[in-house]
Design a protein. Sequence first.
Length: 327
Amino acid sequence: MLDTVRDGNPRHFVFVLLPNFSLLSLAGALDALRLSNHIAGHPLYSWTLTADGGGTATGAAGATFVLDGDLPQTHRDDTIVLVSGVDVKNAASKRLIAWLRREARNAVPIAGLCTAAHVLGQAGLLDGKRATIHWENYNGILEAFPDIELTRSVYTIDGKIMTSAGGTAAIDLMLHIVAQHQGDAFAGIVADQMIYSSIRTDRDSQRLSIPARIGVRHPRLSAVIEAMEETIEEPVSPSLLAADVGMSTRQLERLFRRYLNRSPKRYYMELRLTRARNLLMQTDMSIIDIALACGFTSPSHFSKCYRAMYQTTPYRERGAQGSTKAS
C-alpha cells in the first residue's frame, strides 16, 4: 500500500535548520525519504530546506547548505522537521519560536531531531507532553523545562509532536513515519537500502547498556555504576555502594582498579564533573546551582575539582563559551 495525500501529491516535509545543526540527523532523515521515492519509482515525499531568514545554514561539522527559502506558510498535511545540534539554547530566534507556535495551533505535525526538543520546549509545545533528547542534553532540558515528561527513548511521539535523540535515531523516527504511510514491509526495504539492519522503536533506549559502555560484563560493577549515575545530586559513599551489592569496600576498590583503572571515588567524581560541564554549557543555571545539582557542598570545592579535571574553572569555562558565541 503506497499511500499519498493531497490528491496524489507527495507528502511534503519542511526541514528547518538551526545554527550548528547535526549533519548526521539531517542526512539520515533526508535519505530515508529519498530512498522511499527511489524504491516506489515515483515521488512519495518532497522536502524543502529552510531556516529563519533563508539564505544559508551551517551545521556543527562546518558544512554550509544553500536553503530553499525562509520559514514558509505550511499546509496541515505537511510535516515540519526541526534539526538542531550543539549550543541549542541559543539557536532559536523569537521569530522562529512564534512561527512554531502558529504552526502547532494549525495542527501541523512537528518533529524535533537531536537537541530540537529544547527549542520545542522554549515554544511551550512540550508542556505536559512526552519527549526525548540526546542523552548528553537530558539533564539540561530537565532543569530548563520541568513540565516535560522526558524519556530516554530513541524517539518519542506524543500527538502531533515527535522528538528523536539525534544521530541515527533520526533514521528510526523517519522509518516509523514511512511505515505509517507505506507499511512496515516498505519501511523494511528502505532500511535494507540504508544498510540499517535493526529498526529501533520508541521503546528502545538511546544509550548502550552499562556493560557495553564500559566494555566490561560484571553484574556488580554495572550495578554500582548505575547507582552512581542515579545519585549524582546526593552522592553515596563507596562503602554503602559496596554493601548494596554484597561486597566490602576493599573488594569494590579492587574491582574498579582492575576494570576501570581508577578508584570508585575517582570514577564517581568524573561522572559528577561531566554532568556539571553539560549543565554549564547547556543551561543558564548559576554556578552554585550547578554545584548543588552535582553533589558539591560549596562553589569553592566545585571549582577546585573542576579545575583539576578540566584545567579551567567553571566561571572561565562559561566565559570562554560566551566569547566563542560572540566572535
